[in-house]
Design a protein around this ligand. Sequence first.
Ligand code: GCV
Length: 693
Amino acid sequence: MWLIKGCIIFFALHAFAISVKAENGHDLWLRKQTAHMVNVVCKKQSPMLNIARQELRRGWLGRAGASFTLTIKPDKSIKGDGYKLDSSGVQAGTEAGILYGVYDLLRRQQTGDLTQPVISNPSYERRILNHWDNLNGTIERGYAGRSIFWRNENDSLLTVTENDKDLWLEYARANASVGINGSVINNVNASAKILTAEYLKKVKAIANVLRQYGIKTYLSVNFSSPALLGKLKNSDPLAPEVIQWWKDKVKEVYQLIPDFGGFLVKANSEGQPGPQDFGRTHADGANMMADILKPYGGIVMWRAFVYSSNDKDRAKQAYTEFTTLDGQFRDNVIIQVKNGPIDFQPREPFSPLFGAMKKTSVMPEFQITQEYLGESIHLVFLSTMWEECLKSDTYQQGAGSTIGRCTDGSIYPQKYTAIAGVANIGLDSNWCGHLFAQANWYAFGRLAWNNQLSSEAIAEEWIKLSFSAGDAVQPTTIDNNDWQDRFLVPVKQMMLQSREAAVRYMMPLGLHHIFYPNHHYGPAPWWAPKDVRADWTPPYYHQADTNGIGFDRTATGSNAIAQYHEPLASQFEKPSTCPEIYLLWFHHLPWTYNVKSGRTLWDELCYDYEKGVDEVRGFQKTWDMVQPYVDAQRFSEVQSKLRRQCRDAQIWKDACLLYFQQFSQMPIPFDIERPVNDLDYLMKMNPLTYKAL
Ligand code: GCV
């Protein structure tokens, strides 16, 4: 009888344990620890040093009762906010450096990476999130709920509550823990309203919170603000009254926020106003602002994302426009360049502007939010994509002129170095919509700090910080080795494979921008209404016809290849030497063209789509197999998103193969799965909502 009773109690407790083991992901990679006692020694007191102290007490996993010293003292080997770390303490030249060192130490204690001592210096001086948050609380390309900074008119627009401040503080802490030290808190498609006195009051409140963790606040500004707000007759950057307007405005901003970081500007791009509206150049516009910001230590991040419909190849335009201005920008202007020449596609060759602007500071812009990579539905670890970009060799100053080195001051003497990531953060309880999207925020911070890190190391860290053997349904039956083999290894493998899988089921072999319009979620290679400009339609990019497929960017085509430095230009020029991952980016080739595997181009395309879908099915299995190691809530959320990802990967494959088959007129190889959706149906439904058009 006692045995039965015992069993009932055991199962009841066990069931309870399962049901309470739920986590909503809000703690990110900073989950609560059962910390040991630590004696923190620090001669100085300051709010930031107090945070460092508090973090050590909250997370110390070293020897109980050990002492740990925080020392602010310059050292030749320490640069900027870098630090020196060993098991007895951290030394840095700045308070922020101490904080970063403390986070590094705690991360090492938690992940078991106790290699010491360490000297760690940031690759980029400014490591910045760009929030595309609109002032009405919506987020352009945001998939994790509404803005954490802005609300709509019906919701006490500009009030700042204690809850707001608490959330901003959590946000700032998460950023600081990975070394991010700047936030642009409004959309680059900027409303002029951000510079009104009432909005600036709120900006000040946000800056006051972010500053506590060493984060500078920046604003996106609308180039026409002098006309829109100041009621001037225009916003010509060379007009004295316009310059005076910006001077007054900048003064007002710095009176409120003395450590304000500067402006981010999207000018003469996608309908945004800019200096060209007044016959001036990008340099005229950027320099006018830079001169005004300079006395305050502010910078201008001027975006190179410009294109117009009158050019034959959108991929060439930023390079053409900006290289001619090289040397004309002030030293506190940084040109912000997207990783690829078009627009954050699942795969692009790097933008040829990197390394080509030799007398101008340039900063990379990555997109953390998954506009083109499955929103917050698909599991895609973007670190591998950014690593690919940062490690790409531009050859601009000989072999080894990687994008990382061309932008971090190693090759060109930039006065300021910076890197930006378009944030994927919203009010969702887990911040990013998808649990694994948190890994992209994390990875951006880690790469911004150290652009040499490998995605594998980053994925491993993130997994170890976000999950643990203690999360298992029956933690007592699992030892650490077991957890590593059965959880860490397969989940890491899934993450590392995920971006390549997405490229395969969306647009393999260099295909690009064949997305459904506006939301950019699913496929629409056919979409080309007559009244829409060609460079906003997929056929402009894939150029499929009965002769073949791909965009000819060779010397006989648009000649975009000439924008790359040798030996890349020659390598890209010939299909036989062009890396196959970029084949259809640079070449229009017959369907029967033989690729390196010996297959025809058409067959290769079919196998790639098939493989991409199969890989996602594999991710589903991996995740189901690790169920015993994950709490119920996080497990089921990811499981259900993977189901949707699988359905939609199948849609990608079916839509693209059935559509392109109309031109290739070749059979889908018989050893791969047949499409399961009709093209006619796919062409009539919205792939995000599945609703008929
Ligand atoms: C903020 C793409 C996106 C736009 C975005 C733009 C940009 O075109 O679709 O939503 O606008 O890039 O980076 O400025």
